[in-house]
Design a protein around this ligand. Structure first.
Ligand code: G6P
Ligand code: ZN
Length: 566
């Protein structure tokens, strides 16, 4: 039977002025995507137009989502627009599902030109929640600033977009679907792939699966509890930790991806992963972990709910890389951490004699370092760790790292952490988030603080709180020059570093969707092991008091405290 080729249409549109991607992707309330005419189409066209026409014609792209509400609709529109814009082939996870690390992995494996991930990460989903779009480039990592700036520029002047509205795909059916388009010589191809396969095969090459399997099975099995938080990680956890590595089926909870994540925040921290925390406090499990909706973030808990701070997790992983076959083979070239991440990593780097790169917040800044072979392991205080196996942070990979370390050292989570502190000292750390502030107020607080701390007289200031005295050693507005391509990123957060190594950092988040979020990060160092078991907030109280006094944040916002503390 002769099938008519599918028409390619050009549709007129009107630009928006607010389609600026943040620290990682473009996020807005779902209602904005649903109610504003062509809001999604404009952004997708801007993404596709940012790719040079010669590179775009006939190329392959990867598309996946964390399963949140509006993802299916958006995926269908992206397929229709990709076809109309000359993309030759799309690889899509079954039912539209792919974790962020899996997308990065597939892009690299098949040498795709890039990928689109539909997620607002750890932000809630549903009609009243958030929706988001991340664009990753050919190395598998988030688009760098040069690309996101270009996308934003295009979005401000866009006049039309191209689409094949009659093109229909079946997202549930694994396999190839070919479509003949008007004016196209070659068919447009969609390949629906298993969401887990490629990623699992990669993990097999990095880890000793047998060692992990022995830990999780047998008479002395480690009992684990893994919470997929109703996000995309459910199928990965079941397949990899349960089917492949032998963890009993009841180790994995909240493993069915839900469009609204069950009404919860899919955010792996002590505030939102309370179900996991409560179970772990019961004492029956020796290891607990949770992931965010798209699977790049993770949180580790030990027996009785012992919390592993993400900055510590990064440093501990760094110190134990020799437990992992991948790093034994590849060696360790350097480490990366975002500026607000604690300096626990730096202590390990010094001992191992490898360099540490201190970057602005946002995973994209690690990509050039990894691509140029400078950096093997990177991490951020915002619950993300990853290595040069991909160009994204990778939650399940981090869990397998921890399990490998436990298998190799034959120790529990808390013991590993305590040993680390004894050897390197403990970096007490916490972050205060003031969410949804009136944007002008937040910007003015930072502006005034910038003026205050960069005044010459400030550098000789001393602050006495109770019996403690903090002498300012250095202050600045953090600026980063990429050592590989020379790109300069200014105004990446205000830093006050004290003589004893304590730090206070203030910055505005660029991943929120409501108002503006101001973050205050506090860190102090304690070498004495007899003082390693205190409450971080109690230890950091004096530093936080200084931060509140300098910023006047409560007086200026009318808030009595932060929205979230991590
Ligand atoms: C995303 C990015 C991270 C970043 C985090 C917080 O998850 O991938 O790289 O650390 O957002 O960014 P923010 O600007 O909100 O502090
Ligand atoms: Zn995420």
């Amino acid at each position: 039977m002769e099938v008519n080729p599918i028409p390619v249409l050009t549709i007129q549109t009107v630009p928006y002025d607010d389609q600026k991607p943040g620290s990682n992707g473009f996020r807005k309330p779902t209602a904005v995507f649903e109610s504003k005419r062509n809001y999604l189409q404009n952004f997708i066209q801007s993404v596709l137009s940012s790719i040079d026409l010669r590179d775009r014609q006939g190329c392959t792209m990867v598309v996946g989502s964390d399963g949140r509400y509006f993802s299916k609709t958006a995926t269908e529109i992206i397929v229709q627009m990709a076809a109309a814009n000359g993309i030759g082939r799309l690889i899509i996870g079954q039912n539209g599902l792919l974790s962020t690390p899996a997308v990065s992995c597939i892009i690299r494996k098949i040498k795709a030109i890039g990928g689109i991930i539909l997620t607002a990460s750890h932000n809630p989903g549903g009609p009243g929640g958030d929706f988001g779009i991340k664009f990753n480039v050919a190395n598998g990592g988030p688009a760098p600033d040069t690309v996101t700036d270009k996308i934003f520029q295009i979005s401000k002047t866009i006049e039309e977009y191209a689409i094949c509205p009659d093109l229909r795909i079946d997202l549930s059916r694994i396999g190839r679907q070919d479509f003949d388009l008007e004016n196209k010589f070659k068919p447009f191809r969609v390949e629906i792939v298993d969401s887990v396969d490629v990623y699992l095969n990669m993990l097999r090459t990095l880890f000793d699966f047998n060692a992990i399997k022995s830990l999780l099975t047998g008479p002395n099995q480690l009992r684990i509890r893994i919470d997929a938080m109703n996000g995309v990680m459910g199928p990965y956890v079941r397949r990899i930790l349960c089917d492949e590595l032998g963890a009993p089926a009841n180790s994995a909870v909240n493993c069915v991806p839900l469009e609204d994540f069950g009404g919860q925040y899919p955010d792996p921290n002590l505030t939102y992963a309370t179900g996991l925390l409560e179970t772990m406090k019961g004492g029956e499990h020796g290891f607990g972990a949770a992931f965010d909706a798209d699977g790049d973030r993770y949180m580790i808990l030990g027996e009785n709910g012992f919390f592993v701070n993400p900055s510590d997790s990064l440093a501990i992983i760094a110190a134990n890389l020799s437990c992992i076959p991948y790093f034994r083979q590849m060696g360790v070239r350097g480490f990366g951490r975002s500026m607000p991440t604690s300096t626990a990593l730096d202590k390990v780097a010094k001992a191992m004699k490898v360099p540490v790169y201190e970057t602005p917040t946002g995973w994209k800044y690690f990509a050039t370092l990894m691509d140029s072979g400078r950096c093997s392991l990177c991490g951020e205080e915002s619950f993300g760790t990853g290595s040069d196996h991909l160009r994204e942070k990778d939650g399940l990979w981090a869990v397998l790292i921890w399990l490998s370390i436990m298998a190799s050292r034959k120790q529990g989570v808390e013991e590993i952490v305590q040993d680390h502190w004894t050897r390197f000292g403990r970096h007490y750390y916490c972050r205060f988030d003031y969410e949804a502030l009136e944007p002008r107020t937040a910007v003015f607080i930072i502006r005034d603080l910038d003026a205050l701390i960069t005044e010459k007289s400030f550098s000789s200031q001393k602050f006495a709180v109770g019996s403690q005295v903090f002498s300012v050693e250095k202050t600045d507005s953090f600026e980063y020059v990429d050592p590989v391509d020379g790109t300069v990123s200014k105004k990446q957060g205000l830093r006050i570093i004290f003589a004893d190594g304590s730090r206070l950092i203030f910055r505005l988040s660029s991943s929120g969707t409501m108002g503006t979020t101001l973050r205050i990060y506090a860190e102090s160092y304690e070498k004495d092991p007899s003082k390693h078991n205190k409450e971080p907030q109690a230890v950091l109280g004096p530093l936080i008091a200084i931060a509140l006094k300098l910023s006047q944040i409560h007086e200026r916002t009318g808030r009595k405290g932060p929205t979230v503390i991590t």
